[in-house]
Ligand binder design. Sequence first.
Ligand code: COA
Length: 272
Amino acid sequence: MSIVIRIDPPLGGPLAAQADAIIQALVRAADDPAVAVSVWPSHLADLAALVRDGDTRTIRLIVEPADERHDAAASAGGFSRVRELYQLRRPLPLEQALIDATPAINTRSFVPGADETAWVEVNNRAFAWHEDQAGWTVADLVAREAEPWFDPNGVLLFEHDGRLVGFCWTKVHTDSDPPLGEIYVIAVDPDFHGLGIGRSLAVAGLDHLAKAGITTGMLYVEANNEPALRLYRSLGFRVHHHQRHYIFVSEAGDRSPVPNQPAGPGPYGLDR
Ligand SMILES: CC(C)(COP(=O)(O)OP(=O)(O)OC[C@H]1O[C@@H](n2cnc3c(N)ncnc32)[C@H](O)[C@@H]1OP(=O)(O)O)[C@@H](O)C(=O)NCCC(=O)NCCS
């Protein structure tokens, strides 16, 4: 179980320490969903009450794996579910029949220092609607390239007539058990959608991971990204678990009570 809590903009001064204590209590309770259901509502309501008197602030709670018990606990704490992603997995290597049924395309590796502008352009055109992936800058990409896990050979580019058409960026997670080979970002320029390129790129990326010895393929996809979901299902991916995002939005000057605030176990729920 992992939970991430972001307060935006961050709290300062003593409130930050109080918020941190609540967040630590939430994190400690997160491993057991039954405990989460019983103590989260009061902790979340305490957190919401902390930010309620300040400038406009959003608290985002990201829970993985999440189920209906976390939905109930978040809702009772005054948080609304705003986003759901699936983590999909499938065994690797791909079956030969699946590879044979997919037209092969020639890809090349990403070249740092040369491919950033074209990559960002295709990414931003394909993900214009996406919460995290839209509006990337070259600087955002260069920052990822500086990460220790970045491997330019795992970023497969497909070009046509000298133009970047699509890419499949893979990422290996050696620290997970089993080691996971992720399709980290995949996109095809909208001018070329529906031509089978996304499927060929995904197969090329998964083949690259399998050749590196990875036996489990993984990716995250928005629960409402129907084109991508259809592609992944047809490649044999199945839902492994859900990641859910819940938010609380505090309007500046809004002193109304936090909705559904249950009786808490003590100041900021710190009895756990
Ligand atoms: C997802 C994406 C990479 C697919 O690329 P593509 O080249 O258009 O897809 P393909 O032509 O290879 O189609 C493969 C399968 O995807 C599904 N699919 C593709 N476009 C679809 C659409 N508009 N509606 C429903 N299903 C669609 C179909 O199952 C299709 O197989 P079929 O043609 O046999 O029915 C592309 O739509 C894209 O770049 N989307 C924006 C970025 C994104 O969402 N990336 C995935 C994030 S997890």
